[in-house]
Ligand binder design. Structure first.
Ligand code: HEC
Length: 262
């Protein structure tokens, strides 16, 4: 029955050491877990994710990295607050109710505000107003096919020149119409575009950094985009495909339409 004695003296010892440690160090001890977590998460997010091999087919743009960072820092901040120190407890029923309401409004309100600000980046991209000089009715229908969630082209493709911010897994199609003329020697831009949509694995688009212009017969992680694009077989009507190709052909970079500078 010596245990209680030992415990007592241990407790006294702990109190003593606790008193010897400066207050800021005690605080730091309580929050260092979440702080180290946040620091390592940020290191992985900004130091690791952007360097994933292109062949894996996952590339995270700044919006995703920011989102991951906010989630990690937010979680760490939450646990830091929990550990920070004793919170004064409300003294009356009304104060209890008010504090619950405050926490609720702060959490849900914060999430709603953040979502409202953030969500558009994952949504069907909003398209910038058409330039003067305008697009033809066929191009417009083609653009609608491109933007339709049924085909999900924008999940992988951005058209920066039109302000369509989609995914980054496939090439930016800003100048697809111009590039289609030189991707496959002896093949018209229209036929190349048709092939890249219906049978995308027939020839792979070179990565911008590769310096290549022509499409490549085989995937090469160092030179081409990965084999990711789903072939459009019977999912699209002939009219939809034709409109889409007209739209793709019209993509010639900002300020230029169908070969004419505007
Ligand atoms: C899952 C991601 C993904 C989806 C969805 C997707 N693509 Fe692609 N796309 C790619 C990748 C990756 C490449 C490059 C590799 C290749 O040629 O297959 C590519 C290549 C292309 C090219 C060739 C570009 C060039 O310069 O050679 C065109 C055109 C194209 N896609 C149009 C479309 C259209 C139109 C749709 C919608 C019907 C679509 N893509 C849907 C990933 C995707």
């Amino acid at each position: 029955m010596t245990d209680p004695v030992i415990n007592l003296s241990e407790g006294a010892q702990q109190r003593e050491t606790a008193a010897a440690v400066p207050a800021w160090r005690q605080r730091w001890r309580r929050v260092r877990g979440p702080a180290i977590f946040a620091a390592s998460a940020l290191l992985v997010i900004w130091g690791g994710l952007p360097w994933l091999p292109a062949a894996w087919g996952v590339r995270f743009g700044a919006p995703y990295l920011t989102f991951f960072s906010l989630a990690a820092v937010g979680a760490a901040g939450f646990f830091m607050l929990l550990n920070w120190g004793p919170v004064r407890q409300p003294r009356s029923a009304l104060a209890t109710f008010a504090s619950i309401l405050l926490v609720y409004v702060a959490t849900v309100g914060g999430m709603v505000a953040f979502g409202t600000w953030y969500y558009p980046q994952f949504e069907t991209p909003r398209v910038a107003a058409p330039e003067p000089g305008g697009e033809s009715a066929v191009e417009k229908r083609g653009k609608e096919v491109f933007l339709s969630p049924q085909f999900g082209c924008f999940a992988c493709h951005t058209i920066e020149a039109l302000g369509i911010r989609g995914g980054q897994r496939g090439p930016d199609l800003s100048v697809a119409g111009k590039e289609a003329e030189v991707r496959k020697p002896g093949v018209s831009s229209e036929d190349y575009l048709r092939e890249s949509i219906v049978d995308p694995w027939a020839c792979f688009t070179p990565l911008p950094a590769s310096g290549l212009i022509e499409c490549q017969a085989a995937v090469d992680p160092a030179k081409t985009y990965p084999q990711l694009m789903p072939p459009v077989k019977d999912r699209m009507t002939k009219e939809q495909l034709d409109d889409l190709i007209v739209f793709m052909k019209s993509l010639r970079g900002a300020g230029e339409r169908n070969g004419k500078r505007s």
